[in-house]
Design a binder for this molecule. Structure first.
Ligand SMILES: [Zn+2]
Length: 369
């Protein structure tokens, strides 16, 4: 994804057209939906001649890409075009966003920002003698490796006397421990090649517990859950389904915790802000460490083209006195500002304490006193 380039792109002279369109299996006619989205921009309004020519070319380009979008298997597509400024980007998105088209002096990235960058998740399905190691990266699970119990020392155990039986049992336990250690080592090797953000373990109930304690401490810290499955009859798609379910739950819990942290901390007078006015003030002060937006909450506002200050309204910038330009989504502009300053942004989708405020933020420093 060319997100950095898009985030930096700015065109003072030519309009930038941003279009997001979801793939809808029930309504596959992408061309007509794009046509509808672009209709408002066919009236060129007060654009000067060169800007009109650039936008006209962009509209045709985007319409012309309908077939490519139709053929694309991705759940959603984003297009950014500014012929006069030499910009044309086609981005396939891994999850649906919302249909929207916008013309501005820079690409509209809000729907893109709502797509969480998916972490790579390690999945280990383990039994006493085998293990299947998978990685999950948003596009589904992929088998990394099949680990088999080491062959040596299998030998002849289990005799007739009670002594031999005990010996056999303890030997089996030793073999199991060694097998689990080997699996844990392999998983850690994969982690060193491509770091895992989360770990999930599957298998029989008793195996899960015993294997969990064999994990390398780094990976044990990243363990977010487990699922019971019969490793002998399962398919890879069974594994994928269980992993998707666990990740959905984990994401929901993360989002709920984040919203509670912001709302409670703001209420207690801590380093947090809620509500658009307070949050914009904090963004303008460079105080936002983590911006949290409740769903698609959006409001119009103004952006200072010189110093970048954001406000709900006004004709001249409160900061520098120069001209501001209107935006349909000042929340989206705030998200970009926070990212430019090295902060984090999250658009959460669960109902939460933040719903009544629309937006909140964890701050680097307190805004009052
Ligand atoms: Zn300004």
């Amino acid at each position: 994804m060319h997100l950095d380039r898009l985030a930096r792109f700015e065109s003072a002279d030519y309009p930038v057209l941003s279009v997001y369109v979801n793939r809808d299996p029930l309504n596959p006619a992408v061309r007509s939906r794009i046509g509808d989205l672009l209709k408002p921009f066919r009236e060129f309004g007060d654009l000067d001649h060169d800007s009109q020519m650039s936008l006209r070319a962009d509209l045709e380009t985007v319409i012309g890409m309908s077939d490519r979008i139709d053929a694309d298997k991705a759940p959603a597509t984003a297009l950014f075009a500014c012929q006069g400024g030499g910009l044309l980007e086609y981005v396939s998105l891994p999850v649906p966003v919302w249909d929207v088209a916008m013309v501005s002096d820079r690409p509209y990235l809000r729907p893109l920002r709502s797509v969480r960058e998916s972490e790579v998740v390690a999945v280990a399905v383990v039994d006493r003698k085998h293990a299947r190691l998978y990685s999950w990266d948003g596009a589904g699970v992929r088998l990394l490796e099949l680990v088999e119990e080491l062959e040596e020392h299998k030998g002849n155990f289990g005799g007739f006397s009670g002594y031999d039986e005990r010996r056999a049992r303890s030997h089996a336990e030793t073999l199991e421990r060694r097998h689990f250690r080997q699996v844990a080592d392999r998983l850690f090797e994969h982690h060193r090649a491509t770091p895992f953000g989360k770990v999930i373990v599957g298998g029989h109930e008793e195996t899960i517990t015993r294997f969990g304690s064999s994990l390398h401490p780094y990976l044990r810290d990243r363990l977010i859950g487990s699922f019971v499955i019969d490793p002998h009859t399962m398919t890879d798609s069974d594994v994928a389904k269980r992993v998707d379910g666990l990740l959905e739950t984990a994401l929901r819990e993360e989002q709920e915790e984040l919203a509670v942290r912001v709302a409670e901390s703001a209420e207690e007078g801590g380093r947090a802000a809620v509500g658009l006015a307070n949050v914009l003030e904090a963004v303008n002060a460079g105080a936002v460490d983590h911006l949290v937006v409740a769903g698609r909450f959006a409001k119009d506002g103004v952006v200072c083209t010189t110093c970048g200050r954001l406000d709900r309204l006004g004709e001249a910038c409160v900061g520098c006195g120069l001209l501001v330009s209107p935006t349909d989504d000042v929340v989206g502009a705030a998200m970009e500002q926070v990212l430019r300053m090295g902060g984090r942004v999250d658009q959460i989708s669960v109902p939460s304490l933040l719903d009544q405020h629309g937006v909140g933020a964890l701050l680097r420093f307190s805004m009052h006193g």
